[in-house]
Design a protein. Sequence first.
Lengths: 839, 318
Amino acid sequence: MARTLLAIYPQSARRYDEMLSADGNVRPHWRQFFGHLDSVAPEEMRQRLEFVDRRILENGVTYNVYAAPDGADRPWALDPLPLIIPPDEWAEVSAAVAQRAALLNAMLADLYGEQTLLAEGLLPPALIYGQHGYLWPCHGIKPPGGVWLHNYAVDLARSPNGRWWVIADRTQAPSGAGYALENRLIVSRVFPEMFRDLRVQHVAGFFRDQQEGLTGLAPVEGDEQPHIVLLTPGPYNETYFEHAYLARYLGYPLVEGQDLTVRGDTVYLKTLRGLKRVHVILRRQDDSYCDPLELRGESALGIPGLLNVARAGRVVIANALGSGLLGSGALMGFLPAICERLLGEKLLMPSIATWWCGEKPALDYVKKHFDDLVIKPAYPTQRMDPVFGHELKGEERADMLRRIEARPHAYVAQEMVQLSQAPTWSRAHERRLLARPVGMRAYAVTTPDGYSVMPGGLARVGTAGNTRIISMQRGGASKDTWVLTNGPVSDFSLLKPSVGVRDLIRAGANLSSRVVENLFWLGRYSERFDDSARMLRVALGRVVVAGGGKTPAVAAAMELARRVGVLPEPDEDSPVKDGSEHVLLEAIYDPEQPGSLAGNIRSLMWAATHVRERLSLDHWHSLNSLQRDQQSALKKHPTLTEAIAFLDRVLGVSSSLTGFAMDNMTRDDGWRFLIIGRRLERLAFLAQSMAHFLTMESADGPESLEWLLDLMDSIITYRSRYSRAPELLPVVDLLVFDDSNPHGVLFQANVLMRYLDRMTRELEADFDGDLAGVVERLRAFDLGKLEHLPFSRSHRSAPCIELAALLHELDLAANQLSDWLGMRYFTHVGDVSRQTMAL
Amino acid sequence: MPAVRYHVLHETRYDYGSPVALSQQQLHLSPRILAWQQVEEQCVDIEPTPSWRRDGLDAFGNPVTWVAFHAPHDRLLIRSVMTIAVEPHLPDALDDSPPWEDVRDLLAYDSSSPSAEALDAARFLFESPHVRVKHELADYAADCFPPERPLLLGVQALMAKIFSEFTFDPEATTVSTPVLEVLENKRGVCQDFAHLMIACLRAMGLAARYVSGYLLTRPPPGKPRLIGADASHAWVSVYAPGSATGWVDFDPTNNLLPDTEHITLSFGRDFSDISPLRGIILGGGGAEPEVAVTVFPIGEEKIPEALSAAIEGRGARA
């Protein structure tokens, strides 16, 4: 046995240690876990860490960092060791969090109503009227059930004497509960025995409470079922992963502002089958962006007219618009008296000592104790990083003091917090615990019986031992929080115990038009990237066979690739110096080149990201690994062999995507559009390739026919049927007319028309394009004309040209169908609402 | 002096160029009733007929109307017609007002219960979307407010300073030009001057609100009044405890104290609270609205036919 982990664990005299008591012993509620940790072999622990990393990567758990140089996503950082909290301590924390949520809710009711808190001098008007977060148009609105604050989060920290303090209130659209859930799913698998033996409280019940709370408030009429949606600002938001994750977990459609529309007093979701009333909007979008008619007008994110629906009491907006107001740290000092006034109770948990500079005595105190304080903005909408008084010297200091003097009400000062520390597992050492500052975000949701607090939360640790501000934006990491219980552990899961007839849900009748559009494009892109990979593999294969020489087969394959848009048109001003090889590698790896495989992968990921909540985790894993492959290849210079291996892998992923689409997705309208997208894309590609091939001068002789068969994945079928070199008639028959060949034109056309027929019948629409007519004419083509026809450049015959013309028509008809689907069913992305103003 | 009565016609016309599929509009076009202002008649006609409409009061007590159009349309006409009586209401003497510091201190928070009037004024004491309160503004206003100067004399001095140092220039600004830019360039229109003056007053710790309305203009001698030749106007109201209604109006664009020639529509913290017509449309081209305002004093001149037709509601399409 190696020496104990405690031997090199740094103790601190100044900080509270979550694991160790002041005398250096492991605290009772940590003993069992620590004993386990101390006994795990380094190799075993390494495997567990790898498991954590793999799950995060595969599940695509990300936190988008706006300023990150390499773009949007950053993997979520998770330390596997949980923060452990004993039952009696949690009971106090939980009661305090629930009380605070009730208090803040009562404050919102007052501040958007009678404003007695201001009239009685319990709050300075500056902190309400002076905030951009106070939304005047929301004054006087009475939300259903009198609930303003449906979701509340609070950042807690522990002072050196072991007491928990409130650091910040989150009342706008609190984030992190979904990450806490994901952390739980991972960490409970890293330490399964510990999780069971320590009797850790489960968190699923909290999400059930959330569902029930929202359902109970939904302003339904007659026999309407509550329709609840989760409103996200979109994939570029820092916590978009969580929006998609929670939407899937809670079973709510994930919608963006443009998916919702207001008609009079009612807000609707735009679905494929028309407008569907929405009763509850669980919003992750900031309130000031929610209604451009009355709030911030320059934003296209919102839902014009939403405030009027709220005025009529016909929608629950969770949290109510205007709730972000209470995120102001300046309010903290006023809460004890307000709690007495509104709830008739003492405030259970203290807030971190806060001085609002708008009061003269506070301002004087701040000036006197400047070195001991942190200066922060008084209003959450102000953009300003916290400033540590003792770090400011000379002119900087004088300047800060001047700014505070000029607008004292815009600043607060807080005492510097000495955060507690908790052990984290070092990734730099074989076997070592580090002590890192830790804070915890706790969550509460409204229920018919008051606020329910999540037994657990999102613990966050600083990156270094002396970190003073913990934030995920600044590169902090997270932990699971284990709240222990003396009682039995509820094994409730979010699946309903029993489903009545009224609860039955049939597939996807409520799909938003945007989701359907994205699924359609997901279908098209997944087929398109398969096509381009195949085209590139054929061309690359010819180049390799030719050994760098210029054979006719190389020239023909390159020409077809150009004609179908996989390769760029050669630039006449700067002729290609590096030859086919270079051109092909760029078409594989360079995402900026139009039509490139890498570009198609990017488009595919884009479409997939927008419907993420609809894809299974396995589906998502495949997509993720594909993009990682391509990104890692970008960094080195791949050889031809590596490029071919990459294309093989791409085609492997592609067939697994096809498998997911065919086997794992519910057969709803969304799926049907996905499949129509795939069929349409393949039909267009096949028709176009065949048409070009038949008229291309460079395509010549059996060798060309052979790679054409390869391109259409039909070479094995051909060989098994005709044991001879490819000839024009049998090849054309197999690739165009044989309707048992899934890589044949007519097969694809038939399948597409079947789906289209069913869909137009169900959705009562008529496609007036000429797809069926073109297919009829194609079918009527006399194959006899191709009999005994030599296939060579000198005899580019009339029948070939005639057939090519029919195939071009088919390609055109497929594209017309795509346009028609867009016009008929999808949100017109180009049609953005805009503001008008007249004096 | 008796009240002066007016007809006001305020027409807004959008020709969208291409059809608008969906439109929602918020109207602050109905005048509020004030101690010195009676609304005798008032109506707003809208073409096409809205699919939905709601009338109410906003958080500042101004009449507001919301309308929605759910069917495609390529033009929108909103015609507001009113008959209004305005009584004289100039303050007695500006030097009677309390020292400006007393008013500032009255408005400052000291954890006691504020008077209802002071709490009401506090709504207009802080930053708002179009009024950033920066120290440059306090610097600009400082010489108008020497110690102990009566509040209203200070405000008048500030108004005179703005009037003399700034140039009226409709090309210089848009509705979103920030106050600090106006201060730097010294050009703008009535809205800009009102916002600037409000920002200066708030920077001094005083409460000031933005007033939107109309101003009577005089046609050149011997010329008839032209229909639609006027425009919406904006000015400032400052909290002045001890005055008749607690607030006194100042018009920095014209360097005068509004009396019977200013007609009030609404007031708010700034333009964004009470934009006369604010909307969100889906579709349509890039057309700008045509706005025509006519303020016609009753009894002084013969009412032009086009105006009387509009007032009678016979659909003048001037």
